[in-house]
Design a protein around this ligand. Structure first.
Ligand code: ATP
Ligand code: MG
Length: 499
């Protein structure tokens, strides 16, 4: 029989559906065709595979070669199917034992010389294959990310010849090394003890960390907004295994290197305000994840947020609400996870000094209002914590009290987060309205307080629920089972800027 089947995996979002690569040899004019609706890049695979087989001093069949990548309706692109196609051709021709292919999956691009090259998105493929109990053979370039998957049987190869020798039982391919995974080697993050003064902003940052709330920092230049925001990852709880793998899968698909030593650290993504909508949410003919997905389970920092294009900010609304982003380009659909925590920073007015005691701001109220209106209401609504930061006097910058370090704050954050996970299985910022009603009960006095605030500040219904979520986080930080009046009052404080 001159039919061989080799298994591999495609990439759709961060999923890795199985693809079987069927190769059939038949009589007729020698030539190779690839079917299964592949993209042009897969057609290029035909030439690469042929050259690689010949350059490896192996025999390319002088017959009609038909390659079918099934299922046909999956998008398939990139060189990832080169290796399985080549092995299929060799197996169909009797040059590789067919039964050795059982229980294995293969991914890798071939150079014309027959060397193996790394591809994007190997991690999701290894995860899926491992769930199926299959061994995966990957190019050396992808060994580190593949090794992140626990209990995986991943073998690393440098060339087509090596893979053939392995399948023939002549050599044993080395396992992908997992030795690099060690949280102890994680590089240190910037520490909160560098920040002088700003007790309110420090407090808001801790609250944001504890409940995964979105945060807006408003203040004149040089008050430490950027400095503070970059210290958020250092006080967040480390990623758990599942979260870390999800983020690593996004990074793998985006073609970013796997930072094995730091893989449990939360991401901190700070795209520039000139970033396009596609860079932010993802895109491309083969959809790739954007900044919102690279910030999955971590922090998306938008510095000078009003300088971002309005349209670009609008696209953030979907992921802010659902934690996911759907991208459709032409016939292609992909969905990526995007459960990030937004931290935004802005000046209070175009010159930056509105409200500054120096009185140097000359912006008219009209100009200030228009400047702030660049942040749309719906986006502002989704930011739980808003804080105006005053300038810190030079003397205080020099001699001011040095606050707690990140480790101390993080311990409180972790404890508060644990309460939330035990109660609702998620951080407070993600509670649905039903869950808010269940977990954030108020007594009559507290209701009256909140009603007054809603009237006075003109809060929307969404903002109302967000106040309750923040109050819940403040209670969790205080170790309190119930929301107390102080928690509610503090939560209301954080909504004063622009609704
Ligand atoms: N509270 C602070 N404690 C210690 N250093 C500070 C503080 N605030 C500002 N600095 C110093 O000032 C520098 C500028 O701070 P940062 O860039 O965070 O300000 P910013 O509010 O983001 O300003 P801009 O509006 O211009 O972006 C920091 O690198 C830091 O050295
Ligand atoms: Mg800044």
């Amino acid at each position: 029989m001159s039919l061989a089947v080799v298994y591999s995996r495609a990439q759709v979002g961060i999923a890795a559906p199985l693809v079987s690569c069927e190769v059939h040899l038949s009589g007729g004019l020698p030539g190779t065709s690839i079917v299964g609706l592949p993209e042009t890049t897969v057609k290029e695979a035909r030439d690469r595979v042929r050259a690689a087989i010949l350059n490896a001093q192996l025999e390319y069949p002088q017959r009609r070669v038909t390659v079918n990548l099934a299922p046909a309706d999956l998008p398939k692109d990139g060189g990832r199917f080169d290796l399985p196609i080549a092995l299929g051709v060799l197996a169909a021709n009797g040059r590789v034992p067919r039964d050795a292919l059982d229980g294995c999956e293969f991914i890798g691009e071939l150079a014309l010389s027959g060397e193996l090259r790394g591809v994007h998105g190997v991690l999701p493929a290894v995860l899926q294959a491992t769930r199926r109990g299959r061994r995966v053979i990957v190019p050396r370039d992808n060994a580190r990310e593949a090794a992140l998957v626990e209990d995986a049987d991943v073998r690393v190869a440098d060339s087509l010849l090596e893979v053939c020798a392995h399948l023939a039982g002549r050599i044993d391919l080395p396992r992908a090394e997992g030795g690099g995974i060690d949280d102890g080697r994680a590089s240190p993050l910037p520490c909160l003890s560098d920040v002088r003064g700003q007790p309110h902003a420090r407090r808001a940052l801790e609250v944001a960390a504890a409940g995964a709330h979105n945060l807006l920092l408003v203040g004149p230049p040089g008050t430490g907004k950027t400095m503070l925001a970059s210290r958020l990852p250092g006080i967040l709880p480390p990623l758990d295994e599942h979260e870390a793998l999800e983020l690593a899968a996004v990074r793998s698909v985006a073609g970013h290197d796997t930072d094995v030593a730091n893989w449990k650290q939360r991401a901190f993504r700070a795209p520039h305000h000139t970033a396009s909508a596609a860079a932010l949410v993802g895109g491309g003919t083969l959809p790739r994840p954007g900044e919102v997905s690279l910030a999955h389970h971590g922090v998306l920092f938008l510095d000078e947020i009003v300088e971002f294009d309005r349209h670009v900010l609008e696209v953030l609304r979907e992921p802010l609400e659902s934690g996911r982003i759907a991208i459709s380009r032409a016939a292609r659909q992909a969905e990526f996870p995007a459960r990030f925590q937004l931290v935004a920073a802005m000046n209070p007015c175009p010159c930056g000094y509105a409200g500054d005691p120096s009185g140097r701001c000359r912006c008219t109220p009209d100009v200030v209002a228009r400047y702030r209106a660049r942040l749309s209401g719906p986006l502002l609504d989704r930011i739980d914590l808003k804080l105006e930061m005053p300038r810190v006097a030079h003397a205080e910058l020099r001699d001011g009290v040095v606050g707690e370090d990140s480790g101390t704050v993080r311990a409180r954050v972790v404890a508060a987060r644990l309460r939330q996970l035990q109660r609702a299985g998620k951080p407070n910022a993600w509670l649905g309205n039903r869950e808010v009603e269940r977990d954030c009960a108020l007594d009559a006095r507290q209701h009256a307080l909140l009603d007054r605030a809603v009237d006075r500040l003109g809060l929307s219904a969404r903002a109302y629920h967000r106040v309750l979520r923040v109050a819940r986080t403040l209670a969790d930080l205080a170790g309190s089972g119930r929301i107390e009046e102080v928690h509610l009052a503090e939560a209301i404080q954080y909504r004063r800027f622009g609704g």
